[in-house]
Write a protein of this length. Structure first.
Length: 601
């Protein structure tokens, strides 16, 4: 709707300026602007006993806000911390906590509850949300009359149970009698904009009139004198110093060791953190897609809601995901094809899951054409290329201004075509020394070395899951930690796949690493994995656990990490004489006290 001079108190020049501004604003900006103007008007009122004392002051004086987060990679925690700062600046009484650190029985005393949670694996809560989630869904959960709440859910729409944890917590809070003050928002991998919109709605409900730039530091405009701060929204261009294959000749695997230069970035990290990489799609795949759809590679297309424009080919290379199919994407494309097969496919969940596994956008457009959408329409429904997170394999103390990564190249054949992982393929095949990668540091407070350097640590990993343990031992060597350390490492073959073998042996000789047990599954007639070595050392492992050791697990969640957890429970029953329930409680207590930490994917 356009402002007119005749129905407004503005002259023609003012109307023209306002129409130009309003037409460029998104909904979040409009909400903020209306609040800002209302606050400005309120602040100009004379303060006297006849002035109604409402708005922020009343909200702050009567209600407190509790923010609980369940986070695996750190995104929910980072958002919750940012929101907490904004609330504190406005004078709110705020409690911020990981779900596992929150006393669930205190839930009934909460006034305004904001829950931010990711979903892990096949619809499971992240590790630091498990106890809260279980309590909320137990008979012990209290009635929550008088509690107001809202939920922000983060997830990945390529998974069947998208944002499942957030959905279930949202439904349960309502079932327990809490009042929803802002609808739940389910965020895909590109979560920043929907999270910002959710926060704007919550902010309005809480009665705050804080400036929009305060709601998320990364979106605040930089002044000319500010030094650049590199982050997810402003990645650093890191030069590749080293890119080598760790596997020996004859291996059926390719594991790249990358060393990147961080000089000038001001990026800091700790062992256990991850490095995010913004990858690029393979040129051959992009060109095949353009040819199949008969698109103009030089056509200018928008790549974000801010109207940033790129040539179509560049946009497909650097901005849009074309290698993963999701059910929401298929549903959005149905109206644009006359091929009934796509609509028929969507009638069955099993059929959808079977089809999207191992296929990409090129397969889809070939299978269900012809299409009656142009380039801009098609690109408007594609997700941004999600960042790839890799466990950092180095200590900043040992390698100033550098970061090291361990990346397994993903290659496979599916549906008549050879496929490669987007980022791992780029690192293995299209990245040389001297090239640059767009990177940022992703903090992970859920996978950290113990503060006490005398505490024993047990590290369990397979394949590239050994990466953070290289960082752990580099750090412990630098700080001269005296605590014992034990590494369980698994791979396929001793001769070709013993990643970082020379370094482990050096640390064993020097005492930085106290013990190491290895399992090479393809070198024996019966496959032997890390969990088998753990069972062989069950008595010693239990003794270390009783001594207060911290246990770390890094690797594949569905198989390796699950088998390791089952083995830990078996050891607790065997060596500790515990019942199944007692073993579960023992492990839950280790998790609660940060002595059992997992970095799984």
């Amino acid at each position: 709707m356009q402002l007119q001079v005749m129905n407004s108190p503005f002259n023609q020049d003012q109307v023209d300026l306002l129409n130009k501004l309003l037409g460029s604003l998104n909904e979040n900006q409009k909400i903020w602007l209306s609040g800002y103007l209302a606050a400005a008007q309120t602040s100009e009122l004379p303060a006297n006993e006849d002035t109604p004392q409402t708005g922020v002051a009343e909200q702050v004086s009567t209600r407190s806000v509790t923010l609980l987060y369940g986070s695996h990679t750190g995104n929910c925690q980072s958002l919750a911390e940012g929101y907490t700062e904004q609330l504190k600046k406005q004078g709110f009484t705020v409690q911020l906590s990981a779900m596992d650190d929150f006393k669930p029985k205190a839930l009934k005393n909460v006034e305004d509850l904001l829950v931010l949670t990711s979903t892990h694996g096949d619809g499971d809560p992240p590790d630091n949300a498990l106890s809260f989630y279980d309590f909320l869904h137990s008979k012990r959960a209290p009635e929550l009359k008088g509690v107001r709440f809202s939920v922000l859910a983060l997830g990945d729409s390529s998974y069947e149970f998208f944002c499942q944890t957030g959905k279930e917590i949202d439904e349960k809070l309502e079932e327990l009698g809490a009042e929803r003050i802002q609808p739940r928002v389910d965020c895909d991998l590109d979560f920043e904009e929907p999270a910002e919109e959710w926060w704007a709605g919550v902010w309005q409900q809480l009665g705050s009139t804080a400036k929009a730039e305060d709601s998320k530091a990364d979106f605040a405009p930089l002044s000319i004198t500010d030094r650049p701060v590199y982050s997810k929204s402003h990645p650093f261009q890191a030069e590749v110093l080293e890119n080598i294959n760790l596997n020996g000749r004859g291996s059926n695997k390719e594991t790249r060791h990358l060393e990147l230069d961080l000089e000038g970035s001001q990026l800091n990290y700790e062992p256990g953190d991850s490095l995010g990489i913004y990858p690029q799609n393979e040129e051959e795949l992009v060109d095949a897609l353009i040819e199949e759809m008969e698109w103009d590679p030089e056509l200018s297309v928008a790549v974000n809601k801010q109207g940033e424009v790129r040539a179509l080919r560049e946009a497909l290379l650097s901005h849009f995901e074309i290698t993963v199919l999701t059910k929401p994407l298929l549903e959005k494309l149905v109206p644009w094809t006359s091929n009934q097969g796509l609509a028929d496919l969507l009638e069955s969940r099993e059929s959808v899951n079977e089809y999207i596994h191992g296929r990409d956008l090129l397969d889809l457009v070939r299978d269900f054409g012809p299409w009656n959408a142009d380039e801009k329409q098609f690109l408007s429904v594609l997700r941004k290329i999600p960042v790839r997170l890799y466990s950092i394999a180095s200590s900043l103390k040992a390698n100033p201004d550098e970061v090291h990564l361990t990346i397994g190249a993903l290659r496979y054949d599916a549906h008549g075509r050879k496929r490669t992982g987007v980022c791992s393929g780029q690192c293995a095949e299209r990245t040389d020394t001297g090239d640059h990668l767009s990177v940022f540091v992703q903090k992970n407070q859920n996978f950290k070395l113990p503060e006490n350097h005398e505490t024993p640590i047990i590290m369990i990993g397979a394949g590239t899951g050994v990466a953070p343990y290289r960082a752990f031992l580099e750090e412990r060597e630098e700080v001269e930690a005296s605590g014992k350390s034990w590494l369980f490492f698994g791979e396929q073959h001793f001769v070709t796949d013993f990643l970082y073998q020379v370094e482990w042996q050096k640390w064993l000789k020097e005492g930085v690493l106290s013990r190491m047990d290895v399992a090479f599954s393809r070198d024996t007639s019966e496959k032997v994995y890390v969990q088998h070595r753990m069972l062989e050392r069950s008595r010693e492992l239990y003794e270390w656990m009783e001594e207060g050791a911290h246990i770390y697990v890094c690797g594949d969640e569905k198989f390796m990490a699950k088998d390791v957890q089952d083995t830990l429970l078996e050891i607790l029953k065997k060596e500790g004489g515990l019942s199944a329930e007692e073993a579960d409680d023992y492990l839950a207590d280790l998790r609660q006290t940060k002595r059992y930490q997992r970095d799984v994917y």
